[in-house]
Design a protein around this ligand. Structure first.
Ligand SMILES: [Zn+2]
Length: 320
């Protein structure tokens, strides 16, 4: 193999790394998750097929965050009409991930009670037949917002992501996504635009490199899979004839961004009347974070402080 690799000294099992085809406008990204994934999914109980899909979505969000330039939060969202009605995977620009899935209980019971399905049939059972893939980027500053939406297509989440890149980013892309209870892993290769027009590269050579990249992804998809393997080994196996350059990895970790302040903001937005109603009925207001299940409890004193603050600040919209 003719690749020259810059191996970093401490290899974290949870990381994302970029590689390029030397002197060709083809790039790739690889992500591997272990403890970040286990920590993330420990906060909820899902049946194995949903765990698999959720893990793939988390991997997809990391790959998207690695390929798109932004500072803030990227949300990879899947809306379906199958077992999974909503799936949200978020990745920040510095690769902090969190995710949650909402399941239709009746469809879920039918799925776990029925005969085992795999591949495209299982994917369709999970997401239904008229779903959407949405990618939203909320920039940290200037409240910038970008959203791309494509119909959920193909026989897998990887194919849906390929369709997203083709239609929203105009980037020919090949994607592999895989997850189980212990690991999540993924790889993508992309043909970058503009190189032919600029005359920097010979178009025949570009086409050859891109074909080689796609063959490599197909090869890796068929073989023993991405989970639990080092990137150097995967690149050697997938792209034996390519001159590749592998860049240093960036750690990926699970981190929920919920806080008492955010929940307080949520309650203020609901309004004093509604929050006091809940307080009267239940003695306290408890809001549980959907992502990490952390409970935020507000008793009567907390609730009054919440709305006293608002009136002190001169905000009259939620106080009567
Ligand atoms: Zn949380």
């Amino acid at each position: 193999m003719s690749a020259h690799m810059n191996t970093s000294a401490a290899i974290s099992p949870d990381q994302v790394r970029r590689f390029i085809f030397e002197n060709q406008p083809v790039r790739g990204h690889w992500v591997h998750l272990e403890s970040a994934w286990r920590e993330l999914r420990a906060h909820a109980t899902y049946p194995p097929p949903v765990i698999e899909l959720l893990g793939q979505a988390v991997v997809a969000s990391v790959l998207l965050a690695a390929t798109l330039k932004f500072r803030g939060t990227l949300t990879f969202q899947l809306q379906g009409n199958g077992v999974v009605s909503l799936l949200v995977a978020q990745c920040s620009h510095d690769f902090r991930v969190r995710a949650v899935a909402r399941c239709d209980e009746t469809a879920l019971a039918a799925l776990t009670g029925g005969t085992a399905q795999r591949g495209a049939a299982l994917f369709r059972r999970l997401v239904g037949d008229s779903g959407l893939v949405m990618v939203t980027i909320e920039a940290e500053e200037k409240s910038l917002r970008y959203q791309g939406v494509v119909p959920l297509s193909g026989a897998s989440l990887a194919e849906s992501l390929e369709a997203y890149f083709a239609s929203s980013e105009q980037l020919p892309t090949r994607v592999l996504l895989t997850a189980d209870e212990e690991h999540g892993a993924g790889m993508l290769v992309q043909k970058l635009p503009g190189a032919e027009e600029e005359g920097t590269f010979d178009s025949g050579a570009i086409e050859e490199a891109w074909l080689g990249a796609q063959r490599g992804i197909a090869r890796l998809g068929k073989s023993r899979g991405l989970r639990g393997h080092r990137i150097e080994e995967l690149l050697a196996r997938g792209f034996p004839d390519q001159d590749l350059r592998l860049f240093r990895g960036t750690p990926v970790r699970f981190e929920c961004r919920c806080s008492e302040g955010r929940v307080a903001g949520l309650l203020r937005a609901l309004g004093a009347e509604e929050v006091r109603d809940v307080l009267r009925e239940q003695g306290a207001v408890t809001v549980t974070c959907e992502f990490c299940h952390h409970p935020y409890r507000f008793d009567s004193v907390d609730v009054e402080a919440l709305f006293a603050d608002v009136s002190d600040a001169g905000d009259s919209t939620s106080i009567h």
